[in-house]
Design a protein around this ligand. Structure first.
Ligand code: PEP
Ligand code: MG
Length: 597
């Protein structure tokens, strides 16, 4: 949606997913269907490293094509699969590599750009020749080029964001979490995308990196050109191109107001998340990178309720070793102690694809080989992580939980691996906490429906509403075209949360909630009323949520939950919870608070 607002100024509206205001010129990245690559200059010394990256991408592409070739041979026979021979030949073409080397020596640039330039020259040259065979070679070349570029860019067709030279607001079709993870935070001041939603992992990462972000701007990449001055409003979901002086002044005011509120909220740092009538909950933070511990400690959170350990795997091609993981978990545990560190075991899959992973693409990756399913199938991923977490448990208040549990047998299978790792550590005399709590995430409706049984096998439950909502409502959490159907207050979601919490309490364990719902001030009164014991939120949101909890009463929250459990309208439940929140803490709902309208 576009609306003119003053001479030359253009306001584009999308979905606000990470708060804050950024001002810079835009850098427009490749649209979904083209491969325009920004050019960045590098030093001569950097050329060998860039050429090595190219070699890596060529090898990965080769493996990928051979895997496809095998599949096609099995399904259709060797004759049909022979087209891939031609593609493999492209990868061995010395003229291509020599051309790139020459270009790099003439003008050292990022390898994506050099590769794309030279490959395009080849493709254009071949397509202009009137020979059918050579025209087909051009098509092969185009296909292979796209694959190599995709590998160079972290697997999803985006660019290398670690080599930007100037601050920018990044505008792109989409951003994969693996690309966001490698982004130079000093250069990317904000980002805006055509597609996406609040609970995509890219949005979650933007919040924890404190990068203002707006997604779901439809065709923003085709409306803008590099270098246009812009202002990104991550509170209200606006990208303003050519902002006028008046707009800049107004945003200056917003930033000032926000600063005042932050100062007020900062005073709560050492206070508990306790309601006016004395009900205390645990308020913890979510983290994804080792460096996030500083933000967690500064936020006043009572520890980490969700360490998305898979983020450690997203910004690199190889796997972090047991030692590397141990060092990270241990350091985080030591720094957070006596507060808790809950490490979630690997949740790769879905929208979190590891660069260089050779897993075949899945038609429906959120229903595929993801999280605990992947770990149970691939012990070489799982065991080093379990050992690292166990070892770190000797150095702080470490707990562990499994993602995407859908059946009790997964808990049992995981327990067996844990038992084996424990025994190995015992044998080797390596210390660990024999009594470390192990919990399960409730993200799949089947887990919520059988939470009673589940609760007898674990020490705690943590509700992952980002997934629970998508699986309960059959609404892809990444798809902005159906974002209006992704309703956290849908009566079925409320029932699933209630069932889970009640089952946990009936079995004497606690139930937390670590999905994005927990950090949404409008929903917190409802979650409190549903008797959730812990809320785990992005660390920049901790102080807001604490401020709100301290202004609510359990009496009101319970009345609200009772209303919600008897109501069949998601909108009415949302409105009622919103009303309670706004009444209790109006300051949180000024213009600078990202809300869903
Ligand atoms: C969730 O699903 O709510 C959750 C916390 O896990 P993730 O967002 O990483 O899938
Ligand atoms: Mg999840």
């Amino acid at each position: 949606m576009t609306e003119p607002a003053g001479r030359g100024e253009l306001v584009l509206r999308g979905i606000p997913v990470a708060p804050g205001v950024a001002r810079a010129s835009v850098l427009v990245m490749s649209k979904a269907d083209d491969h325009s690559i920004p050019k960045t200059h590098i030093t001569r010394e950097e050329i060998p490293a860039q050429m090595n990256r190219l070699q890596g991408a060529l090898v990965a592409t080769r493996k990928e094509i051979m895997a496809i070739q095998q599949k096609v041979t099995a399904a259709l026979g060797a004759a049909d699969a022979s087209i891939f021979e031609a593609q493999l030949l492209v990868l061995e073409d010395h003229a291509l590599i020599d051309g790139i080397q020459r270009l790099m020596e003439k003008e050292p640039v990022n390898i994506e750009y050099a590769f794309n330039e030279v490959a395009n020259r080849f493709v254009n040259g071949l397509s202009e020749i009137g020979d059918e065979y050579l025209r087909e070679r051009a098509a092969d070349m185009r296909d292979v080029t796209a694959r190599v570029l995709s590998h160079l860019q972290g697997g999803r067709g985006a660019v290398d964001l670690s080599h930007l030279k100037e601050p920018c607001i990044l505008v792109s079709h989409d951003l994969a979490p693996s690309v966001t993870a490698t982004m130079d935070r000093r250069m990317v001041l904000g980002f805006a995308t055509n597609v996406g939603s609040r609970t995509s992992h890219t949005a979650i990462m933007a919040r924890s990196l404190k990068i203002p972000a707006v997604v779901g701007l439809r065709n923003v990449t085709s409306q803008l050109a590099d270098g246009q001055p812009a202002l990104l409003d991550g509170y209200n979901g606006q990208l303003i191109i050519n902002p006028t002086d008046q707009t800049l002044y107004e945003y200056g005011q917003i930033v000032r107001l926000k600063g005042d509120l932050d100062a007020r909220l900062g005073q709560l740092k050492d206070k508990a998340a306790e309601t006016l009538d004395g009900h205390r909950i645990m308020l913890s933070a979510n983290m994804g990178q080792a460096g996030d511990v500083d933000g967690v400690l500064a936020s006043g959170a009572e520890g980490v309720g969700l360490f998305r350990s898979e983020f450690l795997f997203l910004n690199r091609e190889d796997l972090p070793t047991e030692e590397e993981q141990f060092a990270i978990y241990r350091q985080a545990a030591e720094r957070l102690a006596p507060h808790v560190l809950i490490v979630r075991t690997l949740d790769l899959g879905g929208d979190k694809i590891r660069p260089g992973a050779e897993t075949p693409p899945e038609w429906n990756s959120f229903l595929g080989l993801r999280a605990i399913r992947l770990c149970l199938q691939e012990p070489e991923l799982f065991r080093p992580q379990i050992r690292a977490i166990l070892r770190a448990s000797a150095f702080g208040n470490v707990k562990m939980m499994y993602p995407m549990i859908s059946t009790i047998s997964e808990i049992q299978a995981a327990r067996q691996v844990v038992e084996e790792c424990r025994e190995d550590l015992r044998q080797a005399g390596i210390p660990f906490n024999e009594h470390m709590d192990i919990g399960a995430m409730v993200e799949v409706p089947s887990a919520a429906l059988t939470a009673d049984t589940l609760s007898r096998h674990v020490s705690f439950l943590s509700i992952g509403t980002n997934d629970l909502i998508q699986y309960a409502l059959a609404v892809d959490r990444l798809n902005e075209r159906i974002a209006h159907l992704y309703e956290p207050t849908h009566p079925s979601v409320i029932q699933l949360i209630k069932m889970t919490v009640d089952a946990a309490h009936a079995n004497g364990i606690w139930a937390g909630l670590c999905g994005e719902m927990a950090g949404d001030p409008e929903l917190v009164p409802l979650l409190l009323g549903l008797e959730v014991d812990e809320l785990s939120v992005a660390s920049p949101l901790v102080s807001q949520i604490k401020y709100l909890v301290r202004r609510l009463t359990m009496k009101k929250a319970r009345e609200l939950a009772a209303f919600a459990l008897g109501c069949d309208s998601a909108a009415e439940i949302l409105n009622r919870s919103r009303e309670v929140a706004r009444q209790a803490a109006p300051a949180l709902f000024e213009k600078f608070t990202a809300t869903r309208d």
